[in-house]
Design a protein around this ligand. Structure first.
Ligand code: EPZ
Length: 429
């Protein structure tokens, strides 16, 4: 398995292009199941999760093609893909495919909406907590589906089609919001989703569905109303910039020092995280091309954070922020409220000399003046990148093993960082 070797101690200087959001591209690709016409998506990142989802969609009968390179295009520009689900040939999403990535479970919504049946394996994904699917099941039942769990599969039937209703989630869930919103586009009558996720990726999916002919109001707020239509048609949609990639590189600059333009992104996708970084001593300004990030001369200030659904501080930036806080001038407390097992980076950061103690769902971080490079192990996607960031700021050499996870969600990380002066390389193995 590949590893990444980082020699720390260099400031980052230059331009980092921000890719389209993985967590928007995945539901957008799944939305192609809702229509027999072609859905064209631009700014799609080249990631392992995108390739994995392509396999799953092709198994259902989706034709998939990617535009070739165009003149003047940079290697880091996003790709344009065309997805056509002219005929759904198989309504089963098998264990072998779904177990590799949790988001693939979301095909259950479009499949039952269009085909009135689906059989989808219970999901897998990063090991960050139990991650049940009860909200999906209760939501689809509310829309009139009959559901059985049989041999590890969720079997859904709605012979007469789905019928709109009020679906209230007990807790904010991004995936359940995506799934019920997609399912409701082809249901009879009105669906109201209450306590919906407000993440920018939900609003992005709603914008695409609307371009496909869906009738949706309120996406991006806690109440979404969908009027079902008989059919959806093809559309062209550009994937929203990746706010987690944006925040990750901003935290890298905050940690190493230097000055970087994060090109093609915008502040309103991650205001809370940017405000937190400003409190920690980072200067961030929005410019027409994106965001300029540099560390001011005051060192890294300790800041307490608690992860929350959008617009709060995202759980997907918690590990990276913890890496930053390991070198702050004092103590900070980082509380994780979304996933119960998302501190697996703590023991790995400790190998670099970080001082972190866990108290329930809070990590108490005592900043140290220096981290020292060491071999570490990547455990999940965001944990992996937190180790890379820490390695960039550590003295000496850090080897991040098992970078498989990193390739799921960060497009050409080494290239982007090398262009900004980092000493980082992939070692195949
Ligand atoms: C999405 O996961 C993201 N994945 C995650 O990013 C992200 O961490 C998470 O939202 C929270 O922001 C994608 O968009 C592909 P949830 P999702 O349902 O939708 C509980 C990354 O690193 N819950 O919003 O799976 C659940 O256990 C990934 O890119 C139930 O209890 O997360 C959790 O505590 C990791 N029952 C909470 O809700 C359910 O049926 C929020 O999870 C569903 C969820």
């Amino acid at each position: 398995m590949d590893s990444i070797k980082v020699v720390g101690g260099r400031e980052l200087k230059g331009v980092i292009p921000i890719s389209g959001a993985k967590n928007a591209a995945l539901p957008l690709m799944i939305a192609s199941l809702l229509t027999e016409d072609t859905l064209t998506l631009s700014n799609v990142p080249r990631l392992r999760d995108v390739a994995q989802l392509t396999q799953i969609l092709m198994n259902h009968g989706v034709d998939y093609s990617v535009n070739g390179k165009r003149s003047g295009q940079d290697d880091l520009d996003g790709q344009t893909v065309h997805l056509t689900a002219r005929e759904i040939v198989d309504t089963t999403a098998p264990y072998e495919l779904v177990s590799k990535m949790r988001a693939s479970f979301w095909v259950i919504g479009p499949l039952v909406a269009r085909m009135h049946e689906a059989r989808v394996s219970l999901p897998g994904g990063c090991a960050i907590g139990t991650r049940p699917v009860d909200f999906f099941i209760e939501g689809l039942e509310k829309l009139g589906a009959d559901i059985d769990i049989d041999a590890g599969y969720v079997v859904v039937k709605a012979p007469g089609g789905l019928v709109g209703d009020r679906v209230e989630f007990p807790k904010v869930s991004v995936g359940a919001t995506h799934t019920i919103m997609m399912a409701a586009t082809l249901a009879k009558g009105e669906t109201e989703i209450v306590n919906a996720a407000c993440e920018p990726e939900v609003a992005d999916l709603a914008a695409c569905l609307t371009a496909m002919g869906a009738k949706i109001e309120g996406a991006g707020t806690p109440v979404i109303r969908i009027q079902g239509v008989d059919r959806l048609h093809g559309a062209h949609h550009a994937v929203v910039p990746d706010r987690i990639e944006t925040g990750t590189y901003a935290m890298a600059v905050a940690m190493t020092g230097g000055e970087v333009l994060l090109r093609g992104t915008r502040a309103n996708l991650l205001d809370t995280a940017l405000d937190t970084l400003r409190e920690a001593g980072t200067e961030i300004t929005e410019v027409p091309e994106g965001l300029k990030v540099y560390r001011n001369g005051n060192g890294i200030q300790p800041v307490d954070v608690t992860t929350e659904p959008f617009p709060g501080f995202p759980t997907d930036l918690q590990a990276q922020f913890m890496a930053l806080m390991t070198m702050a001038g004092g103590q900070s407390r980082i509380t994780e409220t979304i996933f119960e097992n998302r501190f697996m980076h703590v023991q790995e950061l400790a190998r670099l000399g970080a001082q972190i103690h866990i108290d329930g769902n809070t990590a108490i971080v005592d900043g140290v003046s220096t981290l020292r490079g060491a071999p570490v192990m990547a455990t999940d996607l965001r944990a992996s990148v937190s180790l890379v960031i820490a390695g960039l700021a550590a003295e000496g050499e850090t080897t991040v093993n098992r970078v498989y996870h990193l390739d799921r969600g960060f497009e050409r990380l080494e290239d982007k960082l090398t262009r900004c002066g980092a000493q980082i390389e992939r070692i195949s193995g």
